[in-house]
Design a protein around this ligand. Structure first.
Ligand code: NDP
Ligand code: 8X3
Length: 254
């Protein structure tokens, strides 16, 4: 049976690398993101290999998400994997210095957007049944607190718990759910987080070995292509050269 992957945030980073990985595996693709030019480029690159349907979409807009899913051509409706990847971090500063709008943007994208897409695509996954999967991009930040993580980490904690709770409602349907939780990976993520500060992004990744978009795409594809009876609940992945910091202690000056 033909396999279709529906990927949000396919214009960059993990989403774009996942599109390429699924195409290499022969899957048809539904690709979305806000940047139409990048979607066109990716379609041009991949459509000689597999059928590709692109849709410009802001996941925060529930009505637009539903309309996009309703408008899917018949060949792209038997969705086997939904990769809920669109997301972002903003405001890498202490909570007390954050602009409120940045918190709202993270909540609207990482939580509301992911919920919008899941709600719209779930009926198609249920029709697919056995072997279908929802693969949500969480983060190590959803499990481990760090300075400047505030709403970003909290939004990814939502992704983890939402993934687990979906599992509780889906027994008997064959639909699997996984929270993939990467650590530091070099994509456009830090450029977005710093609102375009290329130096800050380069500095973060310099002198170490971050994960790559392709590393995570490989994990997404692995989860999507496991035998139907296997569900990985959560997959946390860090670069070997990243680990945890000690607890911070506020000490009196002596
Ligand atoms: P990128 O910035 O490279 O890609 C993010 C993607 O999300 C882009 O394609 C962007 O597309 C899309 N996106 C953002 N906002 C919206 C929106 N409102 N509507 C639709 N699409 C949107 O980052 P990554 O590839 O690194 O991040 C992908 C996911 O992985 C995110 O959820 C991120 O939180 C998570 N993650 C990233 C880690 C990292 O270190 N890089 C580690 C752990 C998790 P466009 O701008 O065209 O809309
Ligand atoms: C992104 C990874 O380490 O910046 O989710 O939180 S990290």
């Amino acid at each position: 049976m033909k396999k279709v992957a529906f990927i949000t945030g396919a214009t960059s980073g993990f989403g774009r690398a996942a599109a390429r990985r699924f195409a290499a595996g022969g899957w048809s693709l539904v690709l979305s993101g806000r940047r139409a030019d990048r979607l066109e480029e990716l379609k041009k690159e991949l459509s000689d290999k597999v059928p590709v349907y692109i849709a410009t979409l802001d996941v925060r807009d529930a009505a637009a998400v539903q309309a996009m899913v309703d408008a899917l051509p018949a060949d792209f409706r038997p969705i086997r994997s939904l990769v809920n990847n669109a997301g972002l971090a903003l405001a890498p500063v202490p909570a007390q210095k954050v602009e409120l709008q940045d918190w709202h943007t993270m909540i609207d994208t990482n939580i509301t957007g992911l919920v919008n897409v899941t709600h719209a695509v779930l009926p198609l996954l249920l029709e697919t049944g056995a072997g279908a999967s929802i693969i949500n991009l969480g983060s190590v930040a959803g499990q481990w607190p760090y300075p400047g993580g505030h709403v970003y980490g909290a939004s990814k904690a939502f992704v983890q718990q939402f993934s687990y709770n979906l599992r509780c409602d889906l027994p008997g349907t064959g639909v699997r759910v996984t929270d993939i939780a990467p650590g530091m990976a070099e994509t456009e993520f830090t450029l977005v987080r710093t609102k375009g500060d290329q130096d800050a992004s380069d500095k973060l990744y310099r002198g170490t070995t971050p994960l790559t978009a392709e590393d995570i795409a490989e994990q997404i594809y692995y989860v999507a292509t496991l035998p139907d009876h296997i569900n990985i609940n959560r997959l946390e992945i860090m670069p070997t050269r990243q680990s945890w910091a000690p607890f911070a202690i506020d000490r009196d000056k002596t």
